[in-house]
Design a binder for this molecule. Structure first.
Ligand SMILES: CC(C)(COP(=O)(O)OP(=O)(O)OC[C@H]1O[C@@H](n2cnc3c(N)ncnc32)[C@H](O)[C@@H]1OP(=O)(O)O)[C@@H](O)C(=O)NCCC(=O)NCCS
Length: 199
């Protein structure tokens, strides 16, 4: 179903739901399509699968006696690294993906993860809604700072305007020299947003 958005452009009847076993494969396919040119250390499919495993682990804590060895070990694993992802779904098709990733040692900082919209669905406000949703989730979950690791790669150009519009300021840049896989050098950009004012 289509309707006119308040911004005067067509918006889809879109819902944002948590990543789960039913939408996992489609979410992986979308993110691999979008991020296929990037040289990330970890494959996006691995990250998304791992996230669901960690969530099951967190749920399992409800049935473990607090203070027991198993409880402490599970808590330690979860404190080392946790992530949570959402997909935007339109008539059961996955149009976008977003996520949060954090570790206890990050002390209140949380990172945006694998944020993207299917090229066929871009320019319709989905990316904006997903980013707002993610920032809100970060604030509601008590994080103090929302961080983004992005770059000057042409494939991430559109995202920069969106980040600027949400007040995500650049706090660090890192020049990456060209290597075997990349013909031109580019720059990593680190952005952040203090979350004290997020409702
Ligand atoms: C960034 C991305 C998620 C935006 O998704 P989207 O659904 O097109 O976003 P929206 O429709 O909400 O547009 C958001 C803003 O992006 C900008 N934008 C979107 N498409 C654009 C385009 N083709 N050219 C220039 N700017 C564009 C606009 O400024 C728009 O703001 P507006 O509300 O003032 O028009 C999408 O382009 C994408 O997946 N990019 C590749 C992956 C990526 O870069 N991820 C971030 C990695 S750090």
């Amino acid at each position: 179903m289509w309707m006119m958005g308040s911004l005067g452009r067509f918006m889809m009847s879109l819902r944002i739901i948590q990543l789960n076993q039913n939408n996992l494969d489609e979410a992986i396919a979308l993110s691999q399509k979008v991020f296929s040119h990037e040289d990330y250390e970890k494959d996006v499919g691995v990250c998304l699968r791992e996230s669901l495993e960690l969530q099951s682990l967190e749920k399992s804590l409800r049935f473990v006696e607090p203070g027991s060895k198993k409880y402490r070990e599970t808590r330690k694993t979860l404190d080392e690294f946790t992530s949570k992802y959402w997909v935007s779904e339109d008539l059961s098709k996955i149009a976008g993906l977003t996520g949060l990733a954090w570790s206890k040692s990050d002390r209140g900082k949380v990172w945006l993860g694998w944020f993207c919209v299917d090229p066929d669905y871009r320019g319709r406000g989905i990316g904006s809604r997903l980013l707002d949703h993610t920032i809100n989730q970060a604030g509601r979950n008590g994080f103090r700072e929302f961080r983004v690791w992005t770059s000057t790669l042409p494939s991430e150009r559109e995202a920069q305007k969106l980040y600027e519009s949400r007040g995500l300021i650049v706090y660090e840049k890192e020049r990456i020299r060209k290597n075997k896989t990349r013909k031109q050098s580019y720059t990593h950009i680190y952005r952040r947003l203090r979350l004290t004012n997020v409702k």
